[in-house]
Design a protein around this ligand. Structure first.
Ligand code: F0G
Length: 460
């Protein structure tokens, strides 16, 4: 946030409550990482200096949110906390039915158990991994139709998260009967945190309408997406974020949401729908798996914290600060010569490990190799989004992922500019550290979602 004529951009908040960071030595971190067989998910968070594993549920709540926590009403049914939650959601997303869940994937599981099934196809810009998992669990198929960015990962395109509407139209012309729904993930997390334009959302809605298909938005990072629309799309600059958000959702048939992202929640989510009969079936499923429809697996206090969080997330000072910090990191890394996905995304910065570490082949996991070194050298925990996460196939074989990325995901309102400068300094120092690395091999793994628990051995 800039004040008057002054150049220094400051955090648009001050700190009221703190958590201490444990300093550790490089020797200690090397030992810890070896002990957990080089799986960063297995580290204890107290052994991490800066935790950029995820932006999910890891943000700082405001003092107003903590006040709402005290206001929470814990009645099993008919709690006023639910009324406040519902009206906050409806204020931004004008859907008829709002169904709370304990997090985003629970909303996905409920919806997909009702509309998925063998032989059905789901089309998306890019399915997030839990969405894909929930689709495949029903026997259905998830197909990604992201727009191929002209010029690759570092080319500038304002809306790299868009779905390829030509490919979508073509697919539906040929196989409309097989398609169960179209999903737009905004922003496009697995595709580099890149935004989807309002024009693309509207065109997708039109195509869905033409073929009479359900159009669902995975809205986890809706406010960041709206900020990008405001600043990058023609004719949007003078419009309030809240109005843009309402435009995005008003053309969809429903949404799934993780309140752990753009609702400033530490937990929570929801499923929203317009269709009465689908919503009724979803509520029955909710009662079976999550809880009564006025709490959906959450405490009343969580519903109130989310309701308050929704009023704060559309604040432009906050959004500008968040996105500009990402832009600042990307600019510094480009200056240093570290290849990154450009332009900067909403919630994270993505390092292109294929380019930075070309001597480590995809199935020796270059992004994982960099992520481990980043922890050893600076105590910074990041997340591999590459062949460890996506390489294992349903048939048991292994195929390289399309991209090998190290994701640095930023918890909301949690770290300051000095943490960020430390991150940049550590990354700059890695250039000399990584050149002779040979990568890793996986020595123990599960059949699905192996990245959470698999064990590695360093290739010497
Ligand atoms: N959709 C998207 C786009 C997500 O990024 C996530 C979670 C979910 C759905 C599932 O929500 O965690 O509340 O069940 N993403 C986290 C991440 C885990 O680190 O990107 P959830």
């Amino acid at each position: 946030m800039k004040i008057d004529k002054f150049e220094t951009s400051i955090e648009p908040f001050r700190i009221k409550s703190i958590e201490n960071i444990n300093p550790s030595s490089r020797f200690e971190r090397e030992k810890k990482l070896k002990e957990v067989k080089y799986n960063l998910f297995s580290l204890r968070s107290k052994d991490v200096i800066i935790d950029l594993l995820t932006d999910s549920g890891t943000g700082a709540m405001s003092s107003d949110q903590w006040s709402e926590i005290m206001r929470g009403d814990e009645s099993y049914a008919g709690s006023p906390s639910f009324e406040r939650f519902k009206s906050a959601v409806k204020g931004l997303m004008p859907f008829k039915h709002i169904i709370p869940t304990h997090q985003g994937r629970a909303a996905e599981a409920i919806l997909l158990s009702l509309i998925g099934g063998k032989g059905k196809i789901f089309l998306a810009n890019t399915h997030f991994d839990t969405t894909r998992g929930n689709i495949e669990a029903t026997g259905a198929t998830a197909i990604d139709l992201g727009s191929p960015p002209a010029g690759g990962a570092d080319s500038f395109h304002p809306f790299k998260g868009n779905i390829d509407t030509d490919a979508l139209g073509k697919f539906l012309t040929e196989r409309a009967n097989d398609v169960a729904a179209i999903i737009l993930t905004i922003t496009n997390n697995a595709g580099g945190g890149q935004p989807v334009s309002l024009a693309n959302i509207r065109s997708t809605a039109k195509i869905a309408q033409k073929y009479n298909k359900l159009f669902i938005i995975d809205g986890c990072r809706f406010a960041e997406n709206a900020y990008f629309i405001k600043n990058r799309e023609n004719g949007q600059f003078l419009r309030p974020i809240k109005e843009i958000v309402r435009n995005c959702f008003s053309v969809a048939d429903g949404m799934t949401m993780s309140a752990k992202k753009d609702a400033f929640g530490n937990i929570g989510g929801w499923l929203a729908l317009n269709d009465d009969s689908l919503a009724e079936r979803a509520r029955v499923k909710l009662i079976q798996t999550e809880g009564f429809p006025t709490y959906g697996g959450l405490a009343g206090r969580d519903l109130d914290a989310i309701a308050q969080g929704l009023s704060e997330i559309v604040d432009e000072n906050y959004l500008q600060h968040r996105i500009q910090l990402n832009e600042y990191i990307v600019e510094r890394l480009v200056e240093i010569g570290i290849p990154v996905v450009r332009p900067a995304g909403g919630h994270a910065v993505f390092i292109d490990a294929k380019k930075w570490l070309p001597n480590v082949p995809p199935l020796r996991y270059p992004a994982h190799t960099i992520a481990c070194k980043l922890y050893e050298v600076g105590g910074i925990r990041s997340c591999e989004i590459g062949s460890v996460m996506f390489g294992k196939q349903i048939d048991g074989g292994e195929r390289p992922a399309e991209m090998e990325l190290v994701r640095l995901a930023f918890p909301r309102r949690t770290y300051t500019r000095s943490h960020i400068d430390y991150l940049i300094e550590v990354l700059a120092s890695l250039e000399d550290e990584i050149r002779d690395l040979k990568g890793f091999k996986i020595v123990k793994q599960t059949n699905q979602m192996r990245h959470f628990t698999c064990e590695f051995e360093k290739i010497e």
